[in-house]
Design a binder for this molecule. Structure first.
Ligand code: ADP
Ligand code: MG
Length: 493
């Protein structure tokens, strides 16, 4: 299927007064490159430093200063391009994008315009565990970030912090292939996961290290694309979804009233749940792009690219397919695990030498469930993979039941320790001794003659006895043994 002409699934259409509408979305993602130093200077990129403490003469645009490309940023852009299955351009050009802004001391941003470092690519996006779409990437280029104006530090003055000035960004531009808020959110989620696997951007949206310009238009199904509006700088995945829906409804309202959409730049206000105009096309900047005379075209050979390619980590799609085939996981479980590389690593440590499905079940349902509740991610787990694996082993060996295992999980989670030793010292072992189980069963039967009669008439009543016996044994009786002996004693066998 050609992604460029993808139509929206009929269920994604929006009902308007004049019929159905379809949303068309394309995203421009700004991702901060993971690198110690800035794109054209040696200043640190560390977050949260004192204002203007990471500013070299280049970043402050002192006269006569010359930019020098940071090779690590080039490597990161190429690695990202490879991760997006994209064409790598061995020759690209840095241009000056000219505009005035107080936090842009150069008076221009060094960016790439006609010749970006990375060309067309595509990524597979899971919209639901069973549905995926292919989204086209138009390009990826390198550019500098600007500084930051601070308006809240002084009653009458604005300050400028240039720490961010010159930090490397990758702008990743998608084709207009997305057809709903959910698809847009899933796309950003997947892109973020790929970047984090690659280690080329940490994806921290709260710090502004990944932000999106969201282009939205609407059309009647089958018609050509409508005029788009660009919603600038949306900094959370949830807000991206909200901005798409709110903007699409605004446009539909205008069109159904007989109006037309002005191509403009807008802002999303999450508090009010609306988008507002920032500037119209008429006010759009003329950036007067031209190649930066201070920088030669960026060139590298195929060997440079091949070396980077050979060292790429296993990426989410490949990892997911491998977890499904190697451990027999469902695509759903595999998708949950590969969402973060550390989660998949944790799972694989637990699954090593054990039953994959049992390991996935304990990792996803118990461990992730618990981590979620405490707002922690897997790297902050108080329980190690070795400890969780120990619990899984004890169940597999029949030493403890699944039910006791949950109690054990609780103990190890809060108090730590070796699961096998804890089971030993706290007497949590499952009772498989049939003599002991028989004794409990006999007592329960003797105390409940009426229920025995009922069970004989209605064999499903045996479940009640199982419950009583388990309770009397403190949950430690082996359920399989209980079922077997009970059936015999009640004459149901
Ligand atoms: P510009 O150069 O003005 O930024 P681009 O062609 O680079 O325009 O497109 C910017 C973004 O807008 C891309 O992500 C693209 O997919 C998206 N886009 C283009 N046309 C439309 C449209 N009609 N509706 C929604 N998004 C669109
Ligand atoms: Mg653009």
């Amino acid at each position: 299927m050609n992604a460029r002409v993808r139509a929206a699934d009929p269920k994604q259409r929006i009902k308007g007064a004049t019929g159905d509408w379809e949303i068309v979305i394309g995203l421009e993602i700004h991702a901060q490159v993971t690198s110690q130093a800035k794109l054209f200077s040696g200043s640190s990129t560390a977050f949260g430093a004192e204002p203007n403490s990471h500013v070299s003469l280049v970043d402050a645009a002192m006269p006569g200063m010359l930019p020098v490309i940071n090779e690590e940023c080039v490597r990161q852009a190429v690695r990202t391009g490879l991760g997006l299955n994209a064409r790598i351009n061995n020759r690209s050009v840095f241009d000056r994008k000219n505009y005035f802004y107080p936090d842009l001391p150069q008076g221009y941003q060094i960016s790439q315009y006609k010749s970006p470092i990375v060309g067309e690519g595509e990524i597979v996006v899971d919209v639901t565990p069973t549905e995926s779409i292919t989204v086209g990437i138009e390009r990826l280029h390198l550019e500098q970030d600007a500084g930051k104006s601070l308006h809240d530090q002084h009653p009458t003055m604005s300050f400028v912090d240039l720490n961010r000035s010159g930090v490397a960004l990758m702008e990743i531009v998608s084709r207009p292939d997305l057809r709903s808020a959910d698809e847009a959110k899933a796309y950003v989620t997947k892109l973020r996961t790929i970047l984090r696997y690659l280690g080329t951007c940490d994806g921290d949206m709260e710090k502004g290290n990944l932000r999106a310009d969201v282009n939205v238009s609407v059309r009647k199904p089958g018609e050509p694309f409508g005029t788009r509006c660009e919603i600038k700088n949306v900094n959370s995945i949830r807000f991206i979804g909200q901005a798409v829906d709110v903007e699409a409804r605004r446009q539909i309202g205008i069109l159904e009233d007989g109006g037309t959409i002005d191509q403009e730049t807008r802002l999303y206000d999450p508090a009010k749940g609306e988008t507002r105009s920032m500037r119209s096309k008429e006010e759009a900047h003329d950036y007067r792009y031209f190649p930066d005379p201070d920088l030669l075209p960026l060139e590298f050979d195929d060997a440079f690219v091949e070396t980077l390619k050979a060292a790429l980590p296993e990426l989410p799609d490949a990892k997911k397919a491998r977890l499904v085939s190697q451990y027999g996981l469902s695509p759903y479980d595999a998708a949950v695990l590969v969402a973060e590389r550390e989660q998949a690593d944790f799972f694989e440590s637990v699954a090593k030498g054990r039953d994959g499905k049992a390991a996935a079940n304990w990792v996803i349902n118990e461990l992730f469930g618990r981590l979620n509740k405490e707002g922690k991610d897997v790297t902050a787990s108080p329980m190690s993979a070795g400890q969780l694996g120990g619990i899984v082993d004890l169940i597999a060996e029949g030493v403890i039941s699944g039910k006791i295992a949950k109690d054990l999980f609780e103990i190890i989670w809060t108090e730590g320790g070796d699961p096998r030793a804890v089971v030993e010292t706290r007497g949590m072992k499952q009772v498989t001794d049939t003599g002991a189980i028989e004794k409990v069963i006999d007592e329960v039967i003797a105390a409940n003659p009426d229920k025995v009669a009922q069970a004989k008439a209605k064999p499903t009543m045996a479940g009640w006895f199982v419950g009583q016996v388990m309770k009397a044994s403190g949950g430690k009786a082996n359920p399989a043994a209980v079922n077997e002996i009970l059936a015999k004693k009640l004459g149901l066998g």
